[in-house]
Design a protein around this ligand. Sequence first.
Ligand code: IMP
Length: 429
Amino acid sequence: MPLDIVVGTQWGDEGKGHITDLLASESDVVARFSGGDNAGHTVTIGTDIFQLHLIPSGVANEGVRCVLGNGVVINPSILLGEMQSLAKQGIRVTPERLMISQNAHLITPGHIAMDKAHESALGPGFIGTTQRGIGPAYTDKAMRRGIRAGLLRDPESLAEAVAADIVKKNDQLSSIYGAPEIDANTIAAKYAGYGKLLAPYVTDTSRYLEKTLDQGLTVLAEGAQGTLLDLDHGTYPFVTSSWPTAGGALIGLGIGPKSVNRVIGVAKSFTSRVGSGPFPSELSGDDAVRLRGTGEQPWDEFGTTTGRPRRVGWLDTVILRYAKRINGLTELALTKLDILSGISEIPVCVAYDVDGEKIQHFPSDIELLSRCRPVYQTLPGWVEDITTARGMADLPEAAQKYINFVTSEVGIPVSLVSVGPGRDQIIRR
Ligand code: IMP
């Protein structure tokens, strides 16, 4: 009864959707366990490109069931919009295909307004959130005053709860932030409508997953964001408000650790981050543009959710060793190797220099991290286009060496390597 977990090893945007989509084709159920529509997953199948924020990437695989676990925060309007655009692309998301945990929490426009108001009040110290209401929704959950998805089954009570909550949010918006108020009654009526549409999808997903695992079927836990955005283990306070790490998968789905089989850490062949906070191997100038792209291609380094250009830098194996520790990774999936083609020498960060002292570990203290300077080892690059490679032997020697170097620096195998956005562009090792 295997549970495989896919997590991001960096600051999100590692290409988890691409890897999940492949692994989903070998799984029975794909379950999201944390975050909300702050995530953006791009899945390319043939000529179809699916941009997903909430619905698990596995949805593009026929016969695979999807779960939004208790650890997820759900904006019902975004969820319904995503269902509609999938329907236009020929994928009908029925209650048999998607189950929503009754214990997941709902995001309302009150959370979004609070997120925006709080960010602008922070001034230059802003976090750079996606402004999707994620932090305020988890705040309400922790304060034990959130609205759970179970209430979608009772639209009248849901409307009452939403209206009461918006009235309280309006108080805070005007008194703390001097921000405009929002219309409680209109929003409450909308939520009653969402309840009618989404009620058939709501269930006890923890029980469903237990039954699935007991039957010997495979569950794939799909992470959003990345290890360095984890509320406890990330670069706090420049983090998200949930636990996108392997421990978060268990809590966010209601499954115990004994079912865990593989823990796959997805790592981009270079590093990127959106939002504020320290980033030791960050690049600027032409090198950065070279890695980021210009935004013309869907895989260029611009946010799927916000459209913001991502900050980019060389691969940092100190971060990957940290992700191995925090998540108990069994293996790595290395994505976007093709983007490095044509770079004559490729620096890889292998340690940090802090005021003249060399350290090999990722500091959990952000002040220390902001003083870390990258120590690079430079590897030879390759000029060949590798997007048509389908096996390790098809890769130039220098690309193989890059992969082997990552394996030896991190101390776990690289089991998957992606050389392009297509489903067939993932090499298994
Ligand atoms: P929030 O999750 O919207 O509260 O944003 C908190 C931090 O996490 C910000 O730095 C965001 O840019 C970052 N973040 C949230 N979701 C993602 C993601 O899916 N990819 C990359 N960064 C993200």
